[in-house]
Design a binder for this molecule. Sequence first.
Ligand SMILES: C[S@@+](CC[C@H](N)C(=O)[O-])C[C@H]1O[C@@H](n2cnc3c(N)ncnc32)[C@H](O)[C@@H]1O
Ligand code: SF4
Length: 380
Amino acid sequence: MIRDINSNYCYDIHHNLAIDYVNEKLSVGTCCQSGRVISEKTSIEGLWNINELKKIRSENIEGKLSHTFCNSCTKLEKTGNISRRYASHEFYQEWNTDKKIIRGLDIKLGNLCNLKCTICGPNSSSAWIPDAKKLGINVSENMYYKKEHNKNLNLTIDNIDVIENLEMIKFWGGEPLMDEKHADILEQLDQLGILKNCRVVYNTNGTHRVSDRIINLWGKANLVELYFSIDDIEDRFNYERFGADWNGVVDNLKWYYESLPSNHLFYLMTTVSYLNIWYLPELYDWKKQNFDTNCMGDENKILLQPAIGICSIDTMSDRLKNKLLNKFKLYPDLINFLKFPKVKNDYLPTKFFDYTEKLDQIRSTNWKNTFKEFEAILND
Ligand SMILES: C[S@@+](CC[C@H](N)C(=O)[O-])C[C@H]1O[C@@H](n2cnc3c(N)ncnc32)[C@H](O)[C@@H]1O
Ligand code: SF4
């Protein structure tokens, strides 16, 4: 049965489970953007059945969305934006909705990461912690990634009934390809005969290749989707994805192109911020010339998402928007993307300038040198 989206019904609440590794504990929610509760449980069945999630499900059947858990969707919907609930509603319509319980798992494998991307922070990247402290950002105890704790924390599958209809499992972090915890989960799914039905999805920064063990497991999945987080090219990429080396990432993309079993799709996941918006046409051109398809000839699509936080383009000026519209003339996807940000006349992103200048002092970088053309446009 297809549910009415206006009734507040959210498919994810009833069919998705989000799990985060927080050092020695797991925390759970309904999707990647929902609130979380820490739990003592470590089995998927146990986490699925905790009282908080049961309550959210029964309230949702009565037409309510949880204030604490679903805030990010309700806020977006109030301002006329597309929420995850809306987006997933369309997605679930393609599924056979008579099937029972968990269809999607969304797993954040802690915040272990080798990079400190400008748009990111210590909540997602352990490498960010020293810089965050210098910036005066609050670093909570949970942000200190403790490998020895996570090593002993194993997500288990005790009851196959809860998980047998699983169709998608998504891994993110941190950098999910930095340790093989995800492979342990895939191995369990394989042994239960479930992996063959699953789309296995990763958000990755592209700085790591994977072992033969993982290639072998991926070959047993229904489909593997790798979303490479690439927002720009060359020196600007190195600035934005601080700690990464553009040439190394390009070599890795070639390696993935040559090494993966045929059941895969690649994407570029591009987060649009003040740092890269001016240069997006160059990313599109680079992709066309260097990484346009996988080895089977399927297109490697670019997916654009807006950055949240200090580098967000949410309040760009009318003048800047018009300049961008002019620059993006030959790029329909980019023109489409520009429909969303609101404009604020004569607004100079001073908070963004302050932030990048402080970061430059900490990192001995200079954003004005790296983004010369855009800096001139902003100050024009
Ligand atoms: C937090 S990362 C974790 C996975 C992996 N390390 C990666 O970079 O793909 C997941 C995604 O969030 C994006 N991201 C980071 N900071 C963001 C922000 N402030 N707003 C929106 N997306 C952001 C990243 O670019 C990436 O595509
Ligand atoms: S690679 Fe991913 S998790 Fe790491 S700092 Fe960048 S966006 Fe954050």
